[in-house]
Unconditional design. Structure first.
Length: 415
């Protein structure tokens, strides 16, 4: 097929790719957004709908990794690694442990905090721009604890937030029940994160972004990327149906699939999929204003998409293994401990791929090998949180403007 003539390609039409494509189109580029699926149908479809500005701390901190062996031995634990995937995951886990050194942890905390302190205002600004301000809740998130022992076990999280000045408020049992009467009386304490807002429907957010992008003259192409043409710079992207898309610039933001694409460019990334599951409950029998998390039980509940969504588990099994929906049922079981009146009727179950880097910090970077290639991937559990900020920064980087945040810590060749 003939060259289409489009010169700026954004590969990956999840929330990150849609936001970047919109930003670049707005900045005067002629952008084509490429994905093998319809926009927003990957991890962006089933995320927990949270702008989770308090959740930037590295997963490799000791309070987490010390629990991993016990979690792995528990069939209902929050993390599962399928045995067939373990040999391939060993190098990733070694990098994960290397990221737990005290000095390194402080660096990673600062890098995550620098993004999260921008996340809410950037999201609000983008929602206003696309006429979707009403999509963002005005309520925050409650982190639940049965007793002082559970609270102390999560104390390092609170200390990190205090260090970087993120708003939070410690609440007693009576206040918790006043805010959310459906929460069990077993909960003796909670922390309110007022800036951890949620979206009424994260999939609708992506589709609104894409509609705005198309309204500005952007174009969408459905197709699976199979290769690239390049010399010292990028020349074209090749699709599985034989289409050749000429390109002066390519932004790779295909989530967990970005690793396969970067490998074709001779630039491998230690990117794995943390497979996440959710159960969407259309008839929960209760109403909620806040989202809730229970760190000791490792799940989250969010009022979104016209009902209540329950999720939170992590499964390491690669991109191609079949879903194991027992993982979704475990989080529903946990959620009913917190919400004893929760009715589980008219439900759907979903599995998606979170793009996980071992140091928990995303890649937002020029290629180190091919001019005109850029990467925006590895946002982990915070793709929705980081999307507006990432788009703003990548728009500045791609168009030659100096990014307002130093992107050196987020470079692709840091590993």
């Amino acid at each position: 097929m003939t060259d289409t003539g489009s010169r700026t390609l954004v590969i990956g039409a999840g929330v990150i790719g849609a936001a970047i494509a919109h930003e670049l189109q707005k900045r005067g580029r002629q952008v084509t957004l490429v994905d093998r699926d319809a926009p927003g149908r990957g991890a962006s479809y089933g995320n927990m709908a949270s702008i989770a500005v308090t959740e930037f701390m590295p997963a490799s901190r000791p309070s987490v990794w010390r629990q991993i062996p016990g979690w792995l031995l528990d069939p209902e634990g929050p993390i599962r690694v399928r045995p067939a995937a373990m040999p391939r995951l060993v190098p990733w886990f070694l990098r994960f442990l290397a990221a737990s050194r005290p000095g390194k942890l402080r660096e990673l905390e600062a890098q995550g905090a620098a993004l999260c302190e921008r996340a809410l205002p950037d999201t609000e600004a983008l929602l206003r721009e696309i006429g979707a301000e009403s999509e963002l809740s005005q309520e925050g998130c409650l982190s639940l604890y049965t007793d002082e022992a559970e609270f102390r076990a999560d104390r390092d999280h609170i200390e990190i937030l205090e260090r970087y000045g993120f708003r939070h408020e410690i609440l007693g049992q009576n206040v918790v029940r006043d805010l959310e009467p459906e929460i069990t009386t077993r909960i003796g304490k909670a922390v309110l994160f007022p800036d951890n807002r949620s979206l009424k429907d994260p999939y609708r957010y992506v589709t609104r972004l894409v509609e705005r992008f198309e309204g500005l003259g952007g174009r969408i192409v459905r197709g699976n990327v199979t290769g690239f043409e390049r010399s010292d710079r990028i020349d074209a992207v090749l699709l599985d149906d034989g289409t050749r898309l000429g390109a002066d610039e390519v932004v790779l933001c295909a989530g967990a699939y970005t690793a396969r694409l970067s490998k074709k460019l001779g630039e491998p990334i230690p990117l794995e999929t943390e497979r996440g599951y959710h159960t969407q409950i259309a008839k929960p029998g209760i109403s909620m204003r806040h989202s809730i998390i229970w760190p000791a039980r490792a799940f989250m509940v969010t009022p979104t998409a016209g009902g209540i969504r329950v999720g939170g588990t992590v499964e390491m099994a690669g991109l191609d293994a079949a879903p194991d929906y027992r993982r979704a049922k475990i989080t529903v079981k946990r959620a009913r401990e917190a919400l004893p009146n929760l009715s589980v009727e008219d439900t759907t179950e979903w599995m998606g791929h979170r793009p996980a880097l071992p140091d928990t910090v995303p890649v937002m970077s020029e290629s180190g090998k091919t001019r005109g290639v850029y990467y925006a991937t590895g946002h982990g559990h915070l793709g929705l949180t980081y999307a507006a900020t990432c788009a703003r920064l990548m728009g500045q980087l791609v168009t030659g403007e100096r990014p307002e945040l130093d992107l050196h810590p987020y470079r692709i060749n840091r590993f």
